[in-house]
Design a protein around this ligand. Structure first.
Ligand code: C2E
Ligand code: CA
Ligand code: CA
Length: 386
């Protein structure tokens, strides 16, 4: 009965809350799921977090007496740690914890799982999200945000990268890490790229018309799109439609994709894009194990050094050794270098010292909506007026 179920939930909530600190938070998510947020603290080591979860699971497996009847319950737990997430917002943490909980539940009663990036945030069985994301693509909820790419002294805008964002009516901006797997599951990768491409070209037209000088826009192309026999015609057609020359489009291809390319169509498409004058940017360089010889088959204009080499470059990270080498290799083979994830002035100064000429990162601007970008251009224009 409902009352008994309510009692059960209340007792469970009390038990969950019993061992927590005042700063921690317990919320009921839906029918039978709770979320616990542990407030950050020095003493909150990984072991301590596991111990809290285990204690909660144990307390929930104690029988509960409701109206003289003994109920035997069990629970499963999923744990998410901010440092394992690319983008540790509250929403992402919650999704990751829920994802881990689904895994735990599949393993059996009373188990717990810690989220890892190998667990796709979307369970394959999650058809509902795949449908929702496919609808969002068509309704215009998924748009391109733009992030500036600048000369490393920050004085010049050299381009923008179009990054997909889902502006969800209830949840606000959702990052691609969270919805790309659902796009994949829905088989809508090509459609996403088409939408990003159109946004990118439209934006170029708009900037041209308003006198804002943006030489090119980068669009991310995944393996599904690069395998398409229609790719070249499609891009030519869109460029024509917006009257934009091919050199203003940077096609970003992940190093991992370019490295394993033994697919003839992918090779042919990337080559054809280069031949027609588009720039090819090698994305996340340093993470994909590409041999420099495999890259040289393509007309790569720029390598984008992955942000994992930049974030700790000022505290003796591996990047301190590797970035100068990457810059040298790139210049030997006639490619430019873009340092990604340049978050601070210190990062910028260091990568500049290492010979990188281009940079992208929070130090110069986060990905922003068309409106925010407009606002920023406006402000910069008014502050530089005499
Ligand atoms: P990416 O291509 O490496 O894009 C750069 C990511 O780094 C973006 O994350 C951006 O927000 C983030 N970022 C930029 N500057 C900084 C910084 O200074 N510090 C840190 N920590 N992060 C920074 P975002 O937008 O979440 O995109 C994640 C990934 O999703 C992209 O990585 C890209 O691989 C993929 N993606 C985004 N949009 C699309 C798309 O339209 N199509 C496809 N196929 N993939 C996309
Ligand atoms: Ca990219
Ligand atoms: Ca990248």
């Amino acid at each position: 009965g409902r009352e008994a179920a309510d009692t059960l939930l209340c007792v469970s909530a009390d038990r969950i809350g019993a061992g927590l600190r005042r700063e921690d938070l317990v919320c009921r998510l839906d029918a039978d799921a709770f979320a616990v947020h542990l407030a950050p603290s020095e003493r909150l080591t990984f072991d301590a977090i596991l111990a809290v979860a285990e204690r909660i699971l144990r307390s929930l497996s104690e029988p509960i007496v409701v109206d003289g009847v003994t109920a035997y319950t069990s629970a499963s737990a999923g744990i998410a740690l901010p440092r394992t997430l690319h983008d540790p917002t509250g929403a992402m943490l919650l999704s990751a914890a829920e994802r881990a909980m689904v895994e735990a539940r599949a393993e059996g009663r009373g188990t717990l799982q810690v989220y890892s990036s190998e667990m796709s945030l979307v369970a394959r069985a999650d058809h509902a999200l795949a449908d929702e994301v496919a609808a969002a693509l068509e309704s215009g909820e998924i748009t391109a945000w733009m992030q500036p790419q600048v000369s490393v002294d920050g004085s010049q805008i050299l381009g923008m990268e179009a990054l997909a964002r889902w502006t969800h009516p209830e949840r606000g901006a959702i990052s691609p890490a969270e919805f790309l797997p659902a796009i994949e599951a829905a088989g809508r990768n090509e459609r996403l790229t088409e939408i990003m491409l159109v946004h990118a070209l439209k934006s170029l037209r708009h900037w041209d018309a308003t006198g804002y000088n943006v030489p090119c826009v980068g669009v991310n192309f995944g393996p599904a799109e690069l395998r398409s026999p229609r790719l070249i015609d499609k891009i030519k057609w869109e460029l024509n439609r917006f009257d934009i020359t091919p050199d203003r489009l940077c096609v970003e291809v992940l190093e991992s994709v370019m490295a394993q390319t033994d697919n003839d169509l992918v090779v042919r498409n990337i080559r054809a894009l280069g031949a027609m004058g588009c720039h090819i940017d090698l994305d996340d360089f340093g993470t994909g194990n590409a041999a420099i010889t495999s890259i040289r088959r393509f007309q790569v204009s720029r390598i984008k050094i992955d942000r994992s080499f930049v974030f700790d470059i000022d505290s003796g990270g591996l990047g301190a050794v590797l970035v100068p080498l990457m810059v040298r290799i790139a210049s030997e083979v006639g490619m430019e270098v873009v340092a990604e994830g340049v978050e601070t002035e210190a990062h910028a100064a260091i990568v500049r010292g290492m010979g990188a000429r281009f940079a992208q990162g929070w130090a110069f601007g986060k990905p922003m909506t068309a409106e925010d970008l407009e606002q920023r251009v406006h402000e910069t224009a008014s502050t530089t007026e005499p």
